[in-house]
Every structure is written in C-alpha cells, then in structure tokens.
Design a protein. Structure first.
Length: 224
C-alpha cells in the first residue's frame, strides 16, 4: 500500500501513523518528525525551518518535497510501500507528490482522512503541550495551525475523493477505537488497491457509523 494521511493537528496522526506502519510493516515518513529532528540536531536545514515550526507556519515546499523524495527512494528500495504523515499539506504539494509518485512508480493509492472537531483538537493539543513541551502546542500557535489546516489542507480531501482513493475515519473517540476503525477500513481496502482502477472505486466513509447504528443520540425505547 502507498498511503498518505490527511488530518488536522491533534487528530492523532503520530499515534495512528505508528500503529498503521507497524501493522502493515511499511515505512513511516512523517515530515513533522523529520523536521523536528533537524531542529534538535541543529543542522543547517533545522536552523532554516525552526522559526516556521515554532510559529506553526508551513516550511517551503522545496524543503519538504526534497526530504520526502529522499525518504521515498529509501522506501522504494525496501519494497515500495509507505505511509506519509504530514504531507501533502496543500494542493500544490498534493500535485507534486503525485508527480514524484509517477516518477518513482509509487503513486499514493489510499488517502486516509482523520476527522475531529476543533474544540476537541484544541483540548488535546493543549494537554500535549503540557506533557511534551512541543514549541508549537501553545494556544495561539494551535489556533493558527488549525486555521491553516482548514484553509489550505482540508480542501485537498475532496481532490482525493474524486480520485476514488479516500478513506474517512472519525477520530473523536479514544485512540484505541480510532486505531481499530482505521485498521479495519484499510484491511478492507487493501485487496482492491492493486486490482481495481481508481475511477471505479468509491470513498469509504466511516464517520457517520455511530449515528447509523443508533449509538449517538438514539431515543430510549420503551420496554414491552
Ligand atoms: P506536524 O508534526 O505534522 O504537525 O508538523 C509540524 C510542523 O512541521 C508544521 O506546523 C510545519 O511547520 C512543518 N511541516 C510538516 N509537514 C509539512 C509540510 N508538508 N509542508 C510544510 N510544512 C510542514
């Protein structure tokens, strides 16, 4: 599988990314982690991107795309499967990722979208800021990152929907539940990715399941 994940900050990309990569034994390419690693090591690239990360702004496309291309070449040598976490974040990056995919023969064939409400995301990120001391988990920067997500990243979800490779999962619940939903959806989709042409596929949307099965706000039934 050649997977990418689109999710707002705080939706659990890091946790779920590790779960998916371990479950399917595929390399995880997480741009945020790679960039933070450069900052921590004080490399030239790290010094160049540090202030963007601290402010919750996007780093220039060419920096991210070069990094991802290099990681994909390594993934190609390891069998060609991969999971991208944190990229693409804009429509330009989505188009560039497609081009890189064509060049390497590794076009993304599943786009996993994790959905959650802003209020819940802010709550989680503030809690993480207390625990992990990430420089971008302060309330002001969190709000900026969410705004950026809604304006430039979220619109690319529809683009993947039209390409027939979209899987949407509700990320509001506990991480274990979200993880189970993700793995079930990906296991169901996996057999189709190599054999069913993109134009014949349909989006898988698990986000309305609670309501469909009556878990959400079902009125109590009267006995007898
Ligand atoms: P993340 O760990 O995915 O939340 O990313 C942390 C920070 O890294 C972001 O707020 C950006 O500053 C930077 N970053 C990560 N991925 C990208 C990307 N694809 N394009 C631009 N900046 C990125």
């Amino acid at each position: 599988m050649q997977l990418l994940m689109i999710a707002p900050p705080g939706a659990g990309k890091g946790t779920q990314g590790r779960l998916i990569a371990d479950h399917f034994h595929i390399p995880l390419i997480a741009t945020g982690d790679l960039l933070r690693d450069h900052v921590a090591r004080g490399t030239e690239l790290g010094r160049a991107v540090r202030s963007s990360l601290d402010r919750g702004e996007l780093v220039p496309d060419e920096i991210v795309l070069d990094m991802v291309r290099e990681a994909l070449i390594a993934a190609e040598a390891a069998g060609g499967e991969y999971l991208l976490d944190g990229v693409p974040r804009t429509l330009e990056q989505a188009r560039a990722m497609y081009t890189i995919g064509v060049q390497l023969g590794m076009i993304p064939n599943i786009a996993l979208h994790l959905k959650a409400d802003d209020a819940e995301l802010v709550r989680r990120l503030l809690a993480r800021g207390d625990d992990e001391r990430r420089t971008d988990d302060t309330e002001e920067v969190i709000r900026r990152r969410l705004k950026l997500y809604h304006s430039v990243t979220e619109p690319i979800v529809a683009w993947y929907g039209r390409r027939g490779i979209l899987v949407c999962v509700d990320a509001m619940g506990p991480a274990e539940q979200v993880g189970r939903d993700i793995l079930a959806a990906l296991e169901a989709m996996r057999p189709t990715v190599d054999y069913v042409p993109e134009q014949l596929r349909r989006t898988i949307d698990l986000t309305g399941l609670d309501t469909a099965f009556g878990h959400a706000t079902a009125a109590p039934t009267t006995p007898g």
